[in-house]
Design a protein. Structure first.
Length: 201
């Protein structure tokens, strides 16, 4: 799964499996349990991203792709948000976040079909998530975000991973992501070269 140095293209397409996700990706999250309160290697970037949507003014928050709980930790300890729902595909990540956030609702779930009622959330975060989704799941996920946002004042924020890695099977620039959001009828877009946020219309 190494890149071809001459072309910069990976010689074999990366295929997600439950085994790889649990053993290789999420397995590393368990080590973070001993580092409770740390916010990961992208702390400054992610703090600035979350601050752009004034999270303290929002109530019901959904963290998609919660991983080891870095972003949820920022929301809790920096902005005092505790009415959070966290979702991840990985049972290991879910188990870790349940320990880290005993007052949060933490679910193992598929982001293409989230088990919540329409207009359930004031803020939805998807930081370093969309690059891991297949094309089909990606578009379904955007539709789910639109469905779940509270009308008018609800806001979603996306931070797409744009680095060249085998598991980044759907790397998009912020500009491309913004165009995709517009095509689905999202409105109120704002952001920079790192993230984009939007309302449901």
């Amino acid at each position: 799964m190494m890149p071809d140095e001459s072309s910069g293209i990976y010689s074999e397409p990366f295929v997600y499996t439950a085994d790889w996700y649990e053993r290789v990706y999420s397995g590393g999250k368990i080590d973070m349990d001993a580092c409770f309160g740390c916010f990961g290697e992208h702390e400054e970037r992610d703090m600035a991203c979350l601050a752009s949507v004034s999270p303290s003014q929002l109530d019901r928050v959904l963290v998609c792709g919660c991983g080891g709980g870095d972003n949820a930790g920022m929301l809790a300890w920096r902005w005092g948000i505790h009415n959070m729902t966290l979702v991840d595909w990985s049972r290991l990540s879910v188990a870790l976040c349940r320990r880290r956030f005993p007052n949060a609702k933490v679910l193992q779930a598929d982001v293409s079909c989230l088990p919540f009622e329409d207009h359930s959330f004031d803020l939805i975060t998807a930081l370093d998530l969309t690059e891991h989704l297949s094309e089909e799941v990606y578009w379904k996920f955007l539709g789910e975000v639109k469905r779940l946002l509270m009308p008018t004042f609800g806001r979603a924020i996306f931070l797409p991973g744009m680095t060249r890695r085998p598991e980044h099977i759907n790397a998009r620039t912020v500009h491309q992501l913004a165009l995709d959001l517009q095509s689905l009828g999202f409105g109120g877009l704002r952001g920079n070269q790192v993230w984009v946020s939007a309302r449901d219309r």
